[in-house]
Design a protein around this ligand. Structure first.
Ligand code: NAP
Length: 255
């Protein structure tokens, strides 16, 4: 177990195999947490995340589960508890987006996006809260999106289901903060455009337009999201719950 603020703590990062989730896993491990790295399909990438963590002096384990299934999610928590103990720090990060998510999207696509992004977050928080409430300690960050705050005026793809799912994650977190405090603090992070597999297919033209509209004039890195997530889980944020923080280079601002 590494040294640091989260030494002795067990963290679970859903979708920790790649992108933003991987950077969060690394950041929490650097702070001493033992990190459960969840994935649904990319086992190799999850193992690579674990290798990177170990190379940096941390430790953790890999856990496969499709978070859209409560049964699979619950079995994952059982496995983590039996391997390492109850989850202290939860980052509900797993999410999907689709460029077919527009005015003509099939109903099945709506259901899949909502079931991973919203139901998946609910399943994880619901399972985590049992032991968090019993032990009077729990820290949760849910990864939303600027699309959950306001629909994009720049992107032609409208992201109707995605934006709705991410707005709902914010509402869910606010309600949970009220219901489960003081034992559990729960906040949202709403990233803007971050360079990951999810956004890799975006055209250069679209990327350039977004950067041109962004005050800090760049695309975000997974580490930008990881630092904010780490802060919100830490004791430095002990008076913060039920809030949403945007990391978007300024392209979206809260009122
Ligand atoms: P990504 O590179 O596509 O990675 C997605 C991660 O989620 C992968 O680890 C993937 O694992 C996992 N995942 C997907 N479906 C899952 C499921 N049903 N059960 C468990 N894990 C699942 O995406 P990213 O850009 O890092 O996005 C991470 C989060 O940030 C998402 O919630 C996304 O909506 C949000 N976000 C991203 C951006 C951006 O610009 N990139 C902006 C705002 C918000 P497998 O490969 O194993 O399925």
């Amino acid at each position: 177990m590494g040294q640091g603020e989260f030494s002795g703590r067990v963290a679970l990062v859903t979708g920790g195999s790649r992108g933003i989730g991987r950077a969060i896993c690394q950041r929490l491990a650097k702070a001493g947490a033992w990190v459960a790295i969840n994935h649904s399909a990319s086992a190799e990438a999850a193992e690579a995340t674990l290798e990177q963590i170990r190379a940096e002096g941390g430790d953790g384990g890999v856990y496969q589960a499709d978070v859209s299934s409560f049964e699979a999610t619950s079995a994952m928590f059982d496995a983590i508890e039996s391997d390492r103990g109850p989850v202290d720090l939860l980052v509900a990060n797993a999410g999907i987006a689709s460029f077919k998510d527009d005015a003509n999207m099939p109903v099945d696509l709506w259901r899949r996006i909502l079931s991973v992004n919203l139901d998946g977050t609910f399943h994880c928080v619901w399972r985590a809260k049992e032991s968090m409430l019993a032990r009077d300690y729990g820290r949760v960050v849910c990864i939303s999106s600027i699309n959950g705050i306001s629909p994009s005026r720049i992107r032609p793809d409208r992201l109707i289901a995605y934006g709705t799912s991410k707005s709902a994650v914010i509402g869910f977190s606010r309600n949970c903060a009220m219901a489960f405090g003081p034992a559990i603090r729960i906040n949202c992070v709403a990233p803007g455009l971050i360079d990951t597999d999810m956004t890799r297919d975006m055209s250069d033209e679209m990327r350039d337009r977004i950067v041109a509209a962004t005050p800090v004039a760049r695309v975000g890195k997974p580490e930008d999201v990881a630092e904010l997530t780490y802060f919100l889980l830490s004791d430095a944020a002990s008076f913060i719950t039920g809030q949403t923080y945007v990391t978007s280079g300024g392209i979206v601002t809260l009122p």
